[in-house]
Structure formats: C-alpha cells, structure tokens
Design a protein. Structure first.
Length: 173
C-alpha cells in the first residue's frame, strides 16, 4: 500500500501536551481529522493541522486519492531540550527545561473507506468592499446614514463612575 509521511521537527511545545491532541487523530479519515483539529482549542492543534494539510498536499502530488486517505500513524517524540536557570532563594539556581517535540504523521489509503460525511467549506478571503458593506450595515442598524468612504465619527466619551470618583483632580467630571 502506498503511504505518505510528513515530519515536523523542533516544535517548541512539550511532547506530553502534543500527544493529547495527536492521540485523538489516529485512525481518522483525512477530512474528519482536519475538522477536529480546526475546532480544537488546544495550542498544539494549529501546528498539527498545518502538518496534516502539508501531508495531504504531499499525498496529492503522489497522486493518491484524498477521499480514501486516513491517519495511519502519528508519533510524537522528544526533541532537544533547552536548559535555562532561574534564580532562587539563598543564591541557588533552579533548572528550567524548555521542551520540544518531533512529530511524524503517516497517511495511508483505506480502500474500504466510506464517503465523507461532510466537507470542510473553503472560507473566502475578505476584501475591502466586504468590510465597507459590513460597516454600512452596522451604521444602518444604529439608525445613522451610512458614511460615504469616510470613517465613522467617534462619539464623545461620557465620564463614567470611575473617572468621576478616581479622577486625578478633585471635581473632574
């Protein structure tokens, strides 16, 4: 069976934290793994998503069918450790270990793969015209006429409770 591997070396994240996210992907179809990573809140999800997309592009160049690919192997190993020292009481120094990870991701073809349950939609890039239209709709909701090419005027700021109470000069309001 054809297999494609992709590697990510020297990721400045502890392997233990990356494994939490990586274990979730093992055995999943490609599009489902991508969907899970894009919705995951862990910090390790973003570099793993980037690695998964890179592996998918590499498999596409090998002319492998992207619909039948799944995450066959994913391995997170220890990378080199940066050793730093923090001063402590009575002249001592405590060592701090800044850990890094090496990740190896393998994609394989599963011939008995069912068709995808869903497809990740491509997000269109926002243009300046889109931003102007959004700004005009917000102004319309507020009951103001939409500004023509000009930035909306800033409302005068009313002094709040804290400004009145804790102002620098007494009587400032």
């Amino acid at each position: 069976m054809p297999q494609h591997t992709a590697k990510l070396n020297h990721l400045r994240m502890a392997p233990r934290k990356v494994r939490l996210v990586a274990d979730m992907l093992r055995g999943l179809p490609l599009n489902e793994a991508e969907a899970r990573l894009s919705l995951d809140r862990h910090r390790a999800a973003r570099p793993l998503l980037k690695l998964l997309r890179s592996a998918a592009n590499g498999a596409a160049k090998k002319e492998m069918n992207l619909e039948t690919l799944y995450v066959s192997t994913i391995r997170v190993d220890n990378g080199p450790m940066l050793k730093r020292y923090m001063p402590r009481a009575q002249g001592r120094g405590a060592m701090i270990q800044k850990k890094s990870s090496h990740i190896i991701l393998g994609l394989d073809v599963n011939p008995s793969q069912k068709p995808a349950r869903f497809v990740m939609p491509e997000r269109p890039k926002k243009t300046a015209a889109d931003r102007e239209a959004k700004r005009a709709s917000r102004a319309k909701k507020a009951g103001k006429p939409a500004p023509e090419g000009a930035a909306p005027e800033k409302r005068p700021e009313k002094p709040g409770f804290f400004k009145k109470t804790f102002g620098r000069r007494s009587g400032e309001a």
